[in-house]
Design a protein around this ligand. Structure first.
Ligand code: RIB
Length: 312
């Protein structure tokens, strides 16, 4: 379990959504009903980050809010079973656990509507109370499924504690300058990069250009993921493109989350950016080969084996 992460401790800003997943041949048109298959999985970008980081060998603590309901209890049990520290997870008496309504099409592509619910009530005070969670953390990971004030407080607290801050600006939304300025590494998909830079990021060159613009906001590294075309990573002095291995994708939900966690722990273990990118692209690709968010987060040995196969 520790082959890649060493003693890396990762603190995660948690978002928790019960994923209600419909698999269908295609999305319905407006006013149309199509039939499909149903499944329910634990998810939420922050929860997925935490599970993936743990499976890849890191020590993980998570902060966040769940509802006082059966879904919330399922998350608490899953965190305990995974060995993820959860003293910073509050049970909210006034709002239910987050929900995501997801449709997966036959090629594995997904569309998601998220109802944040308790996630949205995470506050800067919740973060301040958990200052000790950041002690000895190498990396702190956050996304935008909780509240913007909590996300900003989280990034600042992580910075103060000396952790590298990895921002995954998802779901796509304008991000306050102060949050961008408190982020060391930004990992965005094409849509998120376009939202932040105002320019398309749908080719390797355009994604590199978008990543360069993201550096202007203060980050030292910016990464844009391109789905089946892999990802690019850019710093002031480096530019890398890592194509994705060919895989039979059945469900892309959580692939970006596996990517972020893999990149975070490799950078936290002080690997060169080029190597961290290869590791992350492999982890993300593996996550598309199984259904569900939490069930598809890969283990270190899975990624290691896939990298050996790819090298031939
Ligand atoms: O990134 C995938 C996650 O996004 C899903 O688990 C779902 O909860 C949504 O928030």
């Amino acid at each position: 379990m520790r082959a890649y992460a060493g003693e890396v401790k990762v603190v995660v800003l948690g978002s928790f959504n019960m994923d209600l997943v419909m698999r269908a041949e295609r999305l319905p048109r407006r006013g149309e009903t199509v039939q499909g298959a149903f499944a329910m999985h634990l998810g939420g970008k922050g929860f997925n980050h935490a599970v993936a980081a743990r499976r890849l060998g890191a020590d993980v603590e998570i902060l966040g809010r769940v509802g006082d309901d059966p879904f919330g209890r399922q998350f608490l049990d899953a965190l305990d079973a995974a060995g993820i520290g959860r003293r910073g997870v509050t049970v909210d008496a006034g709002e239910g656990t987050g929900i995501a309504s997801i449709v997966i099409e036959s090629d594995g592509a997904n569309t998601i509507i998220q109802a944040p619910r308790a996630n949205r009530r995470l506050s800067p005070d919740d973060i301040a109370r958990e200052d000790a969670s950041f002690d000895d953390a190498r990396v702190a990971m956050l996304q935008l499924e909780t509240s913007m004030p909590a996300a900003t407080a989280f990034a600042r607290a992580a910075r103060r504690a000396g952790a590298l801050v990895l921002l995954n600006p998802a779901p796509a939304a304008p991000v306050p300058d102060e949050l961008l300025a408190a982020s060391d590494i930004i990992v965005a998909n094409e849509l998120e990069a376009e939202t932040l830079t105002g320019a398309p990021a749908d080719t390797v060159d355009a994604a590199c250009e978008a990543a360069r613009k993201l550096l202007d906001a203060g980050a030292t590294a910016a990464v844009v993921t391109l789905g089946a075309r892999g990802a690019v990573a850019v710093t002031r002095d480096e530019r890398h493109h890592q194509p994705a291995p060919a895989v039979d994708a059945v469900d892309t939900v959580g692939a970006g989350d596996a990517f972020c966690a893999a990149l975070a722990i490799r950078i936290g273990a002080r690997a060169p950016l080029r190597d961290a990118l290869t590791f992350a692209v492999t982890a993300g690709s593996l996550a598309t080969m199984r259904h569900g968010a939490e069930p598809s987060m890969p283990f270190a040995h899975d990624v290691e084996a896939a990298m050996r196969t790819t090298k031939g």
